[in-house]
Design a protein around this ligand. Sequence first.
Ligand code: GYE
Length: 336
Amino acid sequence: MNKKIALGLAAATTMAMAMSANVFAEDVITIGFAQVGHESDWRTASTKSCQDVFSAENGYDLQFVDCDNDSAAQLEAVRGFIEQDVDYIIIDPIVSTGWDQVLTECEDAGIPVIIIDRTIDDSDKYVSWVGSNFKTEGLAAGEWLKAYAAEKGITEINALVIEGSKGSSAQIGRTDGFKEIADAEGWTILDSQDGDFTQAGGQEVMESYCKSYEGQFNVVVCQNDNEAFGAMDAMKAAGVSYGINGDVILISFDACTAGLEYVITGDINGDFECNPLAAPTVEEVIKQLEAGETPEKEVFMPEHWYVAEDILASITVGGEEQELTVVTQEIIDAQY
Ligand code: GYE
């Protein structure tokens, strides 16, 4: 080949490559995600789900901020995304209030906001929310305990609750739902303290409960699996037996893999699922927005109520019959 032609071809190829890179760059969707933190197995699964879906291979540039359970840091992260002029902002709100101002700023900047998991109570300036009904989870735990106690002939319930992070909609909903049944049934809730959704928090609260309420409780409700892991360690150390063969009925939420492993062994009696895999649904929302369509304002994740013993088929939650699922190894293997 003549040298001149070869050079010309090389230049053309370089230009074509540059052009296609440019076209690609324009196609990339930039997303800012202000995640709660890294406090639990649930959170790890949620982060992984977002990183898997909003990957570079899938055409996204994901700006991920772990806010380490700090509300001020989360507001700052969102303002940082506005400054970067990202295409979309995803927020998992640490607390449910204090949002209207920053969401107005997002709106003014023309950046659509999608909320996942926890809800916002004081603003509706977002396109869509994808998550769970935490009050229903709390109600389900209460309804299950009611049916289980009746089946086992347990007439008195003295419960200790280890709550999730104060002010989060997950803590508020699970607390309210369970309390509604407790009040209706005349159960005693001896105490209800914040374990911050962590294993260390669950252990610390349970250690103090074991001292303060020694011999007085027969139910422990942990608002997530990691708190339940800590509570089990504390009960073991204090010589308190729990689970299907123990003196204390142990209830948990989330139903992550490690949680279900304790359900199948009978250490946790019931685990009320909260599904962390919202990202594929969020991607659907973004595709709808890209196509100029209007997505649903609220999308609820599907969830199951997992139990250790095959003695009740279903419970009635809010007037609706809902199935109970006895955990199997197959379920654990498929869980997040
Ligand atoms: O239950 C807990 C996590 O917001 C539903 O946060 C979520 C909760 C979840 O740390 O494990």
